[in-house]
Design a protein around this ligand. Structure first.
Ligand SMILES: N[C@@H](CCC(=O)N[C@@H](CS)C(=O)NCC(=O)O)C(=O)O
Length: 282
């Protein structure tokens, strides 16, 4: 049975977040109550009313993932910025209500079921179902949403912006994510006895190379693909934010700081990325 909470603000009546019954209760550090949706984490959004089945007129995209997954965050950010109705189904083999499984708790599950593997043979999150169209790989999902659902919001409809966005999305996956994965495992997720400070230090130093390139790039333009926001800022922005949340020695990077400040005004960032718990809990 689905439980629905409809949320709205003055800008849109379309931002619907639906939860499968009981799921939001299982992550109490993130959701205050089972009848408050993820959008309620924003100060200016409040649940208006519980919608009955007949009132659910939103054409919803299903997203399998978990709020602490940076790749899930990418998709949720784009959906929120674009006011696209969506349902998040908590799924993971490695994390659950009590954090990472290495600490002894259970995982959210689903990803190793035959039904899920038929959608996504990798068993990773996120995966989406958009009216029967199944897609995995967060960057592919962002491209889909940009082309199909919200071209104006997500790339301004300009192929050059889209190509440049993809350039930085790939860059993030290649150069930042492997190092960030080491950092999140060694600083947050593994039990303390299993952590290795040498790995942290190597990853910390290695991050500074690509981030120096980004810092120089953002000295020449406001966003990664040009002077407007695009989906290129989503993986890059979420990754850099997570890096900034970690307590690490780092040089001043004023252009990155100014860009992060611009991103922090965005609904998707504020709703799905900004909470430090999303990066430091687990
Ligand atoms: N390149 C893939 C990576 C997918 C991936 O590795 N996702 C992580 C979460 S960020 C995952 O599935 N972790 C294992 C789990 O939660 O079961 C994407 O961008 O979607």
């Amino acid at each position: 049975m689905l439980e629905a909470v409809e949320t709205t603000n003055s800008a849109s009546l379309e931002s619907c977040v639906f939860w499968s019954e009981g799921q939001s209760l299982s992550v109490p550090w993130l959701y205050r109550s089972h009848d408050i949706g993820l959008n309620d984490l924003r100060g200016d959004l409040v649940p208006r009313r519980v919608a009955s089945a007949s009132q659910r007129k939103c054409s919803m995209i299903k997203v399998w993932g978990r709020p602490t997954s940076i790749n899930t965050q990418r998709v949720l950010w784009a959906l929120a910025d674009s006011d696209i109705p969506h349902e998040l189904i908590l799924a993971s083999a490695t994390m659950g209500p009590d954090g990472h499984v290495s600490k002894g708790g259970a995982a959210f599950g689903i990803v190793n079921t035959a039904a899920y593997r038929a959608m996504n043979p990798n068993g990773t999150v996120p995966t989406i179902d958009d009216d029967g169209f199944i897609l995995w790989e967060s960057n592919a999902i962002l491209i889909w949403l940009a082309l199909k659902r919200a071209p104006e919001v997500l790339f301004g409809g300009d192929p050059k912006h889209l190509a440049r966005a993809l350039q930085w999305m790939s860059w993030t996956n290649e150069l930042l994510e492997p190092l960030l994965h080491t950092l999140v495992m060694e600083l947050v997720r593994l039990p303390e006895v299993q952590r290795d400070p040498d790995k942290v230090e190597k990853a910390r130093v290695a991050m500074l190379g690509p981030l120096g390139a980004l810092e120089a790039h953002l000295g020449r333009q406001l966003y990664v693909a040009g002077d407007r926001f695009t989906i290129g800022d989503i993986p890059t922005g979420a990754a850099v934010y997570r890096w900034l949340v970690f307590e690490l020695e780092r040089p001043e990077m004023p252009n990155i700081a100014a860009w992060q400040s611009r991103l922090s005004d965005r609904k998707g960032f504020r709703t799905h990325v900004a909470s430090r718990d999303l990066h430091l809990s687990g």
